[in-house]
Design a protein. Structure first.
Length: 248
């Protein structure tokens, strides 16, 4: 009697099992790597990371009535959270850091900074997290402008006969205590080298205190054209005929 394990069918089954076993042994590493890839990607996406960025500081204040002194233009923010969210937020900077000054009276204050517009999964640490500011009432006044220049920038043997400028008056806006410090407003001419002929140049308008130091205010307009009329020292200015008749 012929047994099943002696049959051709049994031999085929055994051969098939051996072949499949060898196949899985050879491809086990590749299959394993393929199987674990989604998990690795998932861990990468969910990983916690940290990035520090520098963002502009936003002031919540009635700028029509008040002027703020002493605040930084930008602050550093350290973002911590899921890697994908932190990276996107750091790159786009689609959030704000606010200093709420509403309800404060004129004077010096310490104000806590607050982030706004951040995803709830991101933690933010602001540096500095508090700032010192000086809140002052806003004032605007009109001042006359006069040209100013360095006499050392006039060539030897020459002198300035006359000065003139396009802008005669400016509007100056700032904190009331800074406005009160202003003693003169000048169109400061900066020459690259000594000049020996009439020159037309652009000058920056500057508000100065009693000691000639710049006062921190907003000037409008902030520049003007200034004309310096130059003549030789031995050159006499022609007297108008009308003036000659009056003298006679």
């Amino acid at each position: 009697m012929k047994h099943f394990y002696d049959s051709k069918t049994f031999a085929l089954i055994v051969s098939f099992l051996i072949v499949m076993g060898l196949f899985f042994m050879v491809h086990d590493d590749k299959l394993g790597n393929t199987y674990h890839t989604p998990s690795q990607t998932s861990r990468k996406i969910s990983a916690v990371t940290r990035k520090t960025v520098e963002v502009p500081l936003q002031l919540n204040v009635n700028s029509d009535h008040y002027f703020v002194i002493g605040y930084p233009d930008k602050v550093k923010v350290t973002l911590q959270g899921p890697a994908a969210l932190v990276t996107t937020t750091a790159n786009t900077q689609n959030f704000k850091v606010n200093a709420n000054l509403v309800g404060l009276t004129p004077g010096k204050h310490v104000v806590k900074l607050q982030p706004a517009g951040l995803n709830s999964e991101i933690n933010a640490k602001i540096n500095p997290d508090k700032i010192k500011i000086n809140l002052q009432k806003r004032a605007t006044k009109t001042y006359a402008v006069k040209p100013a220049y360095d006499k050392n920038q006039i060539a030897t043997g020459h002198h300035v006969v006359k000065t003139s400028q396009q802008v005669q008056q400016v509007h100056i806006t700032g904190p009331i205590d800074e406005i009160e410090r202003i003693k003169q407003v000048v169109a400061q001419v900066n020459l690259q080298k000594p000049i020996n002929k009439t020159t037309l140049t652009t000058a920056v308008i500057d508000a100065q205190d009693l000691h000639g130091k710049t006062v921190n205010v907003v000037i409008s307009p902030s520049t003007t054209k200034v004309k310096l009329e130059i003549a030789k020292d031995d050159q006499t200015t022609e007297v108008p005929k009308q003036a000659e008749k009056n003298e006679q």
